[in-house]
Ligand binder design. Structure first.
Ligand SMILES: Nc1ncnc2c1ncn2[C@@H]1O[C@H](COP(=O)(O)OP(=O)(O)OP(=O)(O)O)[C@@H](O)[C@H]1O
Ligand SMILES: [Mg+2]
Ligand SMILES: [Zn+2]
Length: 241
């Protein structure tokens, strides 16, 4: 809806551009500036709806304090900076591996929230929730399974929290593989958190996925960047804010 009090278009939402008569745009109606705001807010509402973040989240970079981490605080400060940068220009895959309560979910949501602020298309979910979304659809939008798979496989950025905790069925294995493999081939950015070291002998993670996650692990400018968080559980030290 245009702004009824708009001084530029007088509430019609359309304007003619101030261009010479020889300009091909001369005399044609274009959306007014007051529609732009509406368009942006509609876009950000849509992105938020598809993002998997239900309400305003407190899990942001501002509320993540590396100096309070129960381990190597300098490494965590560097990781926070790297993740903030990655959120501004996401490229490649980032893996955050670490024990319970070390801050993986917090950092993953901080990235997603920052991307939403920058109006980037991002979807974040825990692996079990992602599989549930694949089965049931998002919100009221009960589109078919293949277009939901497309969303996961092709959205600009996908953030998966807790890879490896999902119940492995034939269907979940194949769906997860399809998502990872499509994103791998198209070089689409992703952030993955997990409790499981990738080389764990009794890993719950599909070996085909572990192989893709370890690409370039021993090189400098690799597609995947593996971050092992070696902090203890923060939860017992958490204060209400
Ligand atoms: N450095 C930190 N600054 C502020 N809050 C933190 C920090 N680290 C962790 N927290 C808080 O501690 C709690 C546990 O962190 P989080 O949920 O991110 O852990 P996790 O690594 O995902 O654990 P799990 O493996 O159990 O899922 C959260 O409420 C989070 O906001
Ligand atoms: Mg977590
Ligand atoms: Zn206007």
């Amino acid at each position: 809806m245009p702004d009824p009090n708009c001084k530029i278009c007088g509430g019609t939402g359309m304007v003619c551009l101030d261009v010479p008569t020889s300009d091909p745009r001369f005399g044609k109606p274009y959306p007014c500036k007051c529609m732009e705001k509406e368009y942006l807010s509609r876009k950000s509402q849509k992105l938020r709806k598809l993002s998997g973040i239900k309400s305003a989240s407190s899990l942001t970079f501002d509320s993540f304090h590396p100096e309070r981490c129960r381990g190597n605080k300098r490494a965590m400060a560097a990781l926070k900076i790297a993740l903030e940068r990655w959120s501004e220009r996401p490229k490649g895959w980032i893996i955050l591996e670490g024990p319970y309560g070390c801050g993986k979910t917090h950092l993953a949501y901080a990235c997603a929230n920052k991307m939403l602020d920058l109006k980037m298309g991002v979807h974040i979910a825990s692996m079990p929730d992602l599989l549930k979304t694949l089965k049931d659809g998002i919100g009221d939008d009960k589109n078919d399974l293949s277009s939901r798979l497309d969303l996961m496989a092709q959205c600009s950025v996908l953030i998966i929290d807790d890879l490896g905790v999902e119940k492995a069925t034939e269907w979940s294995r194949e769906s997860i593989f399809l998502i990872f493999n499509t994103r791998y081939h198209n070089r689409l950015p992703m952030l993955i958190t997990t409790n499981e070291p990738l080389d764990s002998p009794n890993s719950n993670i599909d070996p085909r996925i572990r192989s893709r996650l370890s690409e370039g692990a021993n090189t400098k400018n690799s597609f995947c960047r593996y971050n092992k968080i070696e902090c203890e559980d923060y939860r017992p030290f958490k204060e209400e804010e």
